[in-house]
Design a protein around this ligand. Structure first.
Ligand code: 7PM
Length: 261
């Protein structure tokens, strides 16, 4: 899964859709690099990020979703808003990636009413405050229980078991030790039977492990993707698609098990 961010700093004071063309070009490059899925996001989940209105989020992502769906790509949309989910699905998205695991009122129904798949992610608290209270008795058990409960809520709302993926949410309200525990215990999440999606690309836990700033974390990110696949991830969400796909090809040839980047 290749990451396509459509969150321009210039958008609020700039032109109407200043970066649609560059986002589409980036998405096409990720497909050429071997991405199986594009994850298109117009709302930053960055800690402390300013909230984005539904109107602005739609203006950012819809042209990109429509163009990539028209190209035949499998399109995921990274959003917490039911209105954005519905519009994105109508424009051709077939997967919703929600860091709030469809907790927003109406989100369950928005996905259930469609044939779309959903990635349910674990986050402690809200993006603005999630790194404040990092207390877990057993982070692996707590994350797993949360995700299994959300999957049950999805199924009760009419979302088929086969359409649900689980994601421990690396970096979302977790310390380095919590993130490392979750990575090591990914098989326990995979044992639920739902495919697991792992997002480790360029994250601060890799900075903590290597001492590298965000612009110098590609090798760490590729290693993290391989580690996640080795521990049972079915999908890895990455910025560096070409390098990750190359690494997974060698990994696979060596009989180390397969995943999709
Ligand atoms: C600032 C902070 C910028 C955090 C970007 C991020 C995930 C996700 C994100 C993930 C799923 C990033 C994150 N991370 N969706 N969206 N899983 N399913 O590093 O780990 O891309 S945003």
């Amino acid at each position: 899964m290749g990451i396509v961010n459509v969150t321009p700093d210039s958008f609020a004071d700039g032109g109407r859709h200043p970066d649609t063309a560059s986002a589409i070009a980036h998405a096409r490059a990720l497909l050429a690099d071997g991405a199986d899925i594009l994850d298109i996001g117009g709302e930053s989940t960055r800690p402390g990020a300013a909230p984005v209105t539904e109107r602005d989020e739609l203006a950012r992502i819809l042209p990109v979703v429509a163009a990539m769906a028209a190209d035949g790509a499998i399109v995921s949309v990274d959003t917490m808003k039911p209105g954005v989910m519905r519009a994105a699905i109508a424009a051709g998205a077939t997967m919703i990636n929600d860091v709030r695991a469809l907790a927003e009122p109406g989100a369950l129904d928005a996905v259930a009413a469609s044939g779309a798949a959903v990635c349910l992610m674990h986050m402690r608290g809200a993006p603005q405050t999630m790194q404040e209270a990092l207390d877990y008795a057993d982070v692996v058990a707590e994350v797993r229980a949360f995700l299994v409960a959300r999957a049950a809520a999805c199924e009760a709302a009419g979302i088929a078991h086969e359409r649900i993926l689980l994601d421990p949410g690396f970096g979302f309200g977790k310390s380095l030790a919590h993130n490392v525990s979750l990575l090591q215990s990914l098989p326990s999440l995979a044992a639920t039977g739902y495919p697991v999606l792992a997002g480790l690309s360029r994250k601060s836990m890799l900075g903590a492990l290597t001492g590298r700033p965000v612009g110098e974390r590609m090798a760490a990110s590729v290693a993290a993707a391989l580690a996640a696949v080795a521990r049972g991830a079915a999908v890895v969400r990455v910025h560096d698609v070409r390098e990750t796909v190359d690494a997974l090809k060698v990994w696979s040839a060596a009989g180390m098990g397969t995943g999709s980047a």
